[in-house]
Ligand binder design. Structure first.
Ligand code: SF4
Ligand code: MG
Length: 333
């Protein structure tokens, strides 16, 4: 059984300008212990998807199902969901200052979180918090446990949040742009830490990012999202060497080559569409160099790129016509 099975998830919000269709029919599954990357520009629906699973999209109209260990998160009562959140599914968000309460000591927050889910004494929870802070690389954790969040650096706060996320040994960790606010060196350290802890604890990880470069090397599978739908789903190799969707190729081209020098960065022209007034047919057509008449009229469904493959793309272009793809790859190498 999959750990998580999301089926035809749709999320919309009513606003004075009209209905915002943030997520429009997203399905995916995740096996225990695996890493799923969800990539897209802002407004692609990547964060809304996982916030909906966590019950954090109040006021939204939600349909579909999201079975976690067999139970549908979308129909679960609020109390049950609160128990799942934190204990079996933990979340790490971009800005640790908004997730750590500024007025309470870091250790106290971890201790309270543990005690909200498990009947352990304060002393036991405190010992566990010190161990966790040590495990995520906070130096002298027994001394730093009583610091306030502002006494930690940005990187240390993100480590503390990871410690808090891992405190209850979750089966799934959702990390939404966990390193965006940090400088490049600290970013790499935090990603390494997350992956090491994932391997040690055997948890599944969903990593959400706007930067394909962040997850291309570490995710088992990647979902590329555009305008609330999945544009392409592929494993790491499929994504790197046989990316099918023009949008995915655009994202790949905008990653600096690892060789660095001489790499040309080509941002994708145009802007993501308004989710209130979506383009007809394929939502990417106004920005796509390959757009044909059919693209303007009919919305492509996610379909297998090769037979018997999990690799799927929502694009009308037949794979064998993507000669330019080869050219793109040669340029990238
Ligand atoms: Fe481009 Fe058409 Fe494919 Fe959409 S369906 S990505 S417009 S080629
Ligand atoms: Mg986001």
């Amino acid at each position: 059984m999959s750990l998580l099975e999301v089926s035809d998830l749709r999320v919309s919000f009513r606003t004075t300008d009209g209905e915002v269709q943030a997520v429009r029919g997203v399905s995916f599954d995740l096996e225990p212990g695996r890493t799923l990357g969800i990539v897209g520009e802002s407004g692609s629906g990547k964060s809304v998807c996982t916030q909906t699973l966590l019950g954090l999209t109040t006021g939204a109209r939600v349909t579909g199902s999201a079975r976690f260990e067999g139970e549908d998160l979308l129909t679960m009562g609020e109390d049950a969901l609160r128990q799942v959140r934190g204990a079996r599914i933990a979340a790490i968000f971009q800005d640790p200052l908004s997730s750590l309460h500024p007025l309470y000591r870091v250790g106290w927050q971890i201790v309270e979180m543990i005690r909200a889910h498990e009947p352990v004494s304060r002393a036991v929870a405190r010992r566990r918090a010190i161990e966790l802070l040590g495990a995520v690389g906070i130096p002298h954790p027994a001394q730093r446990i009583d610091d306030y969040p502002h006494q930690f650096s940005g990187g240390m706060r993100q480590r503390a949040l990871i410690a808090m996320a891992l405190a209850l040994d979750p089966r799934l960790v959702i990390a939404d742009e966990p390193t965006t606010a940090l400088d490049a060196t600290v970013q790499a350290q935090i990603l390494d830490l997350l992956l090491r802890l994932q391997q040690e604890n055997g948890m599944a990880l969903i990593m959400i990012t706007h930067d394909l470069g962040v997850i291309a090397g570490l995710a088992d599978e990647v979902l590329v999202m555009y305008a609330g739908r999945i544009a392409e789903r592929a494993d790491r190799r499929g994504l790197y060497y046989r990316a099918h969707h023009p949008y995915t190729n655009g994202l790949l081209e905008s990653i600096p080559a690892s060789s660095g020098a001489g790499a040309r960065l080509r941002p994708i022209p145009g802007q993501p569409p308004s989710l209130i007034r979506l383009p007809s047919g394929c939502a990417f057509h106004p920005r796509c160099a390959f757009a044909m008449d059919r693209c303007r009229n009919e919305q492509p469904e996610l379909a297998a790129v090769e037979e018997d493959s999990r690799h799927r793309s929502a694009c009308w272009l037949p794979s064998h016509l993507l000669g330019t793809n080869e050219q793109v790859k040669q340029e990238r190498e």
